[in-house]
Design a protein around this ligand. Structure first.
Ligand SMILES: [Zn+2]
Length: 126
């Protein structure tokens, strides 16, 4: 078997890297592989790592609502400060965030925009 030789940045010898797999059972993050020099044991480079698809989904489910709640609280407190009641302020905050979300989605995904226009036509926007 032909192995690829890499110049070790530590001892500058041509070596075939030893692989060391980290977090093999990881679900949230991708498996990270360390490429070690067999002569001096130095980590020459790493590959893999980062969030897996499942990890990204978890982040989306748990982090996004927290961010929305955080921003929403601030927006509603502004309207409360102006003089609206708490309920009205929260309603305005939710409407504003929905409006921004819809604007963002329709700008990013043309198919979402087309679906939006269909819904508009359904309610007879004449
Ligand atoms: Zn080395």
């Amino acid at each position: 078997m032909k192995t690829e030789l890499v110049t070790c940045p530590s001892c500058s010898k041509e070596v075939s890297p030893r692989l060391w797999h980290e977090n093999i059972r990881a679900n949230i993050s991708k498996r990270k592989t360390l490429h070690l020099c067999p002569l001096c044991g130095e980590t020459m480079y790493t590959s893999g790592g980062g969030l897996s698809g499942f990890g990204k989904l978890l982040a989306f489910i748990f982090v996004i609502p927290v961010i929305i709640a955080f921003i929403g609280k601030h927006i509603s407190s502004i309207f409360e400060y102006i003089g609206f009641s708490r309920n009205v302020s929260e309603l305005i905050a939710v409407c504003l965030m929905l409006f921004v979300l819809i604007k963002y989605l329709s700008a990013k995904y043309p198919s979402f925009n087309r679906a939006l226009i269909k819904v508009k036509n359904l309610f007879g926007d004449k």
